[in-house]
Ligand binder design. Structure first.
Ligand code: CA
Ligand code: CA
Length: 214
């Protein structure tokens, strides 16, 4: 069945928009200041492993901030003997939207930890997709602690790959002119929430595109 009359009304808009060309997306360096922190920890018999990292990435100029972000892990030695040759390993296997930043490695060696002392290390982690992601850090004895971060969906990022580009426009275009209930209706592209994907929604999508690509 054809799309309803809403579609007909927007045939002209479709034609007009077909003349619109996306700019090439530019690689703008990501990374801004500020992050809110949380900490978690699991007690071993006499050793405490804890993580400090952001609970949520902010969105600044329609980009994740800060990205990459930093996670710090600490190993506290409450025993009466020195911990020698320990290491901590970051596990992102359960967090498909996160990856190690360029040059980063999963396992970091620690200096020897005297009784009562704490050693820490940090990783640079890159968010690559929106979602709620849980990661963990483990020492070689099996002591593990985990933390989570929320990576918000960017405005206009209809394919949820962390950018606003031609691919997102293609998704928007396929929904343009549809109404709620149509098979090609995309609720996420209905920025004004009126149940129709119209030129007004396009203007809002384009604002997102311009913000991301400025
Ligand atoms: Ca995208
Ligand atoms: Ca709308």
């Amino acid at each position: 069945m054809a799309k309803n009359k809403c579609t007909t009304f927007f045939l002209l808009i479709l034609f007009t928009l077909s003349l619109w060309g996306c700019h090439s997306s530019s690689n703008i360096p990501w990374g801004y200041a500020s992050q809110s922190n949380t900490s978690g920890g699991v007690s071993g018999a006499d050793t405490i492993l804890s993580i400090v990292g952001p609970v949520k990435l902010d969105v600044v100029n329609n980009k994740w901030s800060s990205n990459p972000f930093t996670v710090i892990a600490s190993l506290q030695n409450n025993t009466d003997s020195t911990i020698i040759g320990s290491s901590l390993t970051l596990d992102l296997s359960a967090a498909s939207g996160l990856g190690l930043d360029t040059g980063e490695v999963a396992t970091h060696d620690l200096s020897d930890i005297l009784p009562g002392e704490t050693e820490q290390t940090s990783w640079s982690i890159l968010a690559v997709a929106p979602g709620f992601w849980t990661y963990s850090v483990q020492d070689e004895t099996g002591l593990t602690t985990e933390s989570s971060i929320t990576v918000p969906i960017l405005c206009g990022d209809l394919d949820h790959d962390g950018d606003v580009d031609e691919d997102d426009y293609t998704i928007f275009e396929s929904a343009l002119g549809t109404c709620s209930g149509d098979s090609e209706f995309n609720e996420e592209a209905d920025y004004d929430g009126d149940g129709k994907i119209t030129y007004d929604d396009y203007v809002k999508w384009n604002d997102c595109y311009e913000a991301y690509n400025q």
